[in-house]
Design a protein. Structure first.
Length: 247
């Protein structure tokens, strides 16, 4: 796919959202606009999606699975026939493995189930857009936002963990935690500070939830999550990230 000369950031990409629920369609539009995406187009059916696709030539599509006059699988195939490199993400309430695998098998770039966290949607969409339009960003030099944890490359600009065999995407909570820890690498970050980085408002009762997200994050970044090497617990205080390759 030829890069458009004016595309210096993912935020100028034109996004087509296809969903038959007006309230959700508006919600996703507002989430993207608040994140800085200025070119958001809406369609509520396969017919309107085909029309808007021809008129607007979007740079990416957020696609519902079930639509009143067809399904997202068919639209994915039709759009890809016209633009083989078009980034397509599914937003579906159906989280069955069969649907997810079929979507990915047909060439979808990602599959996000409803309900989803707004930050996670923005991160996943941004990651897909960077891979499609800004591949050089995946090979940039080490910065505070791109660093190594053993054989794993952490990219906080795209919310991705790139390993030798697979790539993983951080959830919004995991992203907030890892970003806070990376900003203070080598230093202790208290439990309260981590909670404030992830949740707004009162902090009471979030300690157990924090432990759950720490465990899930370790499952993604640690070779052996039961014996962490990078995300360390400092008893009675909080946590500390020991990262390699940072500058």
């Amino acid at each position: 796919m030829k890069l458009r000369k004016q595309m210096k950031t993912v935020l100028v990409c034109k996004i087509l959202i296809v969903d038959d629920h007006p309230s959700l369609l508006q919600l996703v539009t507002e989430i993207l606009q608040q994140a800085g995406f200025a070119n958001v187009i809406q369609a509520e059916s396969c017919a309107s999606a085909r029309l808007r696709f021809q008129q607007e030539k979007p740079d990416a599509v957020l696609l519902d699975l079930m639509l009143p006059d067809g399904d997202g699988f068919l639209l994915l195939q039709e759009f890809r026939e016209q633009n083989p490199d078009l980034p397509v993400l599914f937003l579906s309430a159906r989280d069955e493995d069969e649907n997810r695998l079929l979507a990915l098998g047909l060439g979808a770039d990602d599959y996000l189930t409803k309900p989803f966290l707004p930050r996670e949607l923005v991160l996943r969409l941004s990651a897909v857009l960077r891979r499609a339009y800004f591949p050089s960003m995946l090979n940039q030099k080490e910065t505070h936002d791109v660093f190594q944890l053993g054989g794993l490359q952490v990219n906080l600009q795209s919310g991705e963990l790139i390993g030798p065999e697979k790539m993983q995407t951080l959830t919004a909570r995991e992203f907030a935690l890892l970003k806070k820890l990376a900003e203070n690498h080598g230093r202790i970050v208290t439990t309260d500070d981590l909670c404030r980085a992830v949740w707004d408002g009162e902090l009471w009762g979030y300690e157990n939830a924090l432990m759950v997200h720490i465990r899930r994050l370790r499952e993604k970044i640690e070779p052996d999550p039961s014996k962490p090497r990078y995300l360390l617990t400092v008893r009675g205080l909080g946590y500390r990230l020991v990262k390699e390759g940072a500058k």
